[in-house]
Design a protein around this ligand. Sequence first.
Ligand code: G5P
Ligand code: MG
Length: 209
Amino acid sequence: MKIVIMGAPGSGKGTQAEIISKDLEIPTISTGSILRYEVESGSKLGQKIKDTISQGILIPDELITELLLKRVDSPDCKNGYILDGFPRTINQAKSLDENIDIDKVLVLEVEDQVILNRLSGRRSCTNCNIVYHVQSKKPQVEGVCDICGEPLIIRDDDKEEIIKKRLEIYRESTKPVIDYYKQKGKVVTVDCVDGIEENTKLIRKALLK
Ligand code: G5P
Ligand code: MG
């Protein structure tokens, strides 16, 4: 099964994709994580990407599409995957369509006020990509990843003014992608206002539709 998970920054795409990918035994491919790995590598390209991400704006379509299509060509993707964070523009969606037939587009709906709270309390592990929250998903030891023991970080783009910029770009560039997929009859929408576990139950139900 090939699923796209969409929603505003902080709607829970990464968190929920991680859980659902275990259910379905398929990998999650997060373009945000692919880009952050490139930044961590210290390459010249990584430096450019870092500047763009920290401003809360999008990476050029051509570059991100090339990285994504290369990734889905890997052997672990042969039974399907969940795309988290791609496509984010109509151009990206059209390029994806030319190469891959997506089965379902799962849209997580969350209000802006909830998003600000989720992102201001988020703590991330750059090593294994697990995300935590200072109130609703605490690690066993404060500031340390449960899985690998690495220190947790606050993402550069989780500052309030950058979150607002990301929300603006989401509305302008990414929401039209949801309409694009609605016309193709592929969208299932889930109201994700509750806790993580409650929302996972709703998502599992929606995926059976
Ligand atoms: P990313 O990395 O794709 P965003 O902005 O799309 O970044 P983000 O911030 O990673 O999305 P998320 O994955 O939707 O948010 O949310 P999350 O991390 O799972 O959860 C957020 C917090 O809420 C956590 O603390 C979590 O514990 C809590 N939480 C999660 N779910 C729930 C829930 O159900 N209930 C409750 N109560 N709490 C919950 O992209 C970053 C940048 O990379 C570039 C862009 O510059 C982008 O800004 N980029 C691209 N550029 C161009 N094209 C693309 N395709 C690109 N992809 C990435
Ligand atoms: Mg994410």
